[in-house]
Design a protein around this ligand. Structure first.
Ligand code: ADP
Ligand code: AMP
Length: 213
């Protein structure tokens, strides 16, 4: 099963993608996580990506597509995957579609997690991310057991630089300009599914599992 998660930054794509990956035993692939891991390791890719990410801009398609295609060619992707944060532009979606078509393959579901802009800034300023394992929390809605500490690995939780309100507003603008058109793209492909992302995490997941079966 190959799944694409759509939705504004902070809509809950990562939260749901991790749960999908666990239930259906497929890898969760987040281009944002791949970039952040490279930033942490200080690789040239990380350095380049950081200059865009810190401003709330998209990393150029050429770089992002190469990384994603490399990742999905790995053995663990044979039975499918859930993509979180990719594609974010129409050209990215077309490259993915063409790469899959060459193998007589396709994306099965594009799930749009719908959350209005009014909720997004609050969601993002409350998000806390683990510096080590990438787990995400929310100070009100999904709190860790001990404040500031990851339940899964015990490392420190941080507020991502790009989750500060000014950057979030830029990211929302970029989302509406460049990523939202993917809703029509996947609707035209006949695989778009919409879920309400404003309800409880477990209820969003229930709507998704009804779709995926
Ligand atoms: P995305 O991957 O779309 O950027 P995340 O999954 O990281 O979004 O979620 C953004 C923030 O909102 C996180 O702090 C997360 O814990 C919280 N969150 C996710 N889903 C919900 C929900 N249904 N209700 C309330 N908060 C949520
Ligand atoms: P995310 O973790 O998905 O919120 O992504 C964080 C940041 O990484 C984004 O704001 C972009 O700067 C960059 N990024 C992640 N995925 C992509 C993508 N598919 N295309 C371009 N930039 C991306």
């Amino acid at each position: 099963m190959k799944i694409v998660m759509l939705g504004a930054p902070g809509a809950g794509k990562g939260t749901q993608a991790k749960m999908i990956a666990e239930k259906y035993t497929i890898p969760h692939i987040s281009t944002g996580d791949i970039f952040r891991a490279n930033i942490k390791e200080g690789t040239p890719l990380g350095l380049e990506a950081k200059s865009y990410m810190d401003q709330g801009k998209l990393v150029p398609d050429e770089l992002t597509v190469k990384i994603l295609l490399d990742r999905v060619s790995k053995d663990d992707c044979k039975n499918g995957y859930v993509l979180d944060g990719f594609p974010r532009t129409i050209p990215q979606a077309n490259v993915l579609k063409e790469a899959l078509a060459k193998q007589n393959d396709k994306i099965d579901f594009a799930i749009n997690v719908d959350v209005p802009d009014e909720n997004i800034v609050r969601r993002m300023s409350g998000r806390r991310a683990c510096v080590t394992c990438g787990a995400t929390y929310h100070i009100e809605h999904v709190p860790p057991k001990t404040e500031g500490i990851c339940d899964k690995c015990g490392s420190a939780l941080i507020l991502r630089d790009d989750d500060k309100p000014d950057t979030v507003l830029n990211r929302l603008k970029v989302y509406h300009d460049q990523t939202q058109p993917l809703i029509d793209f996947y609707n035209n492909e006949g695989i778009l599914k919409e879920v309400d992302g404003t309800i409880d995490v477990k209820d969003v997941f229930e709507s998704i599992t009804k779709i995926l079966g």
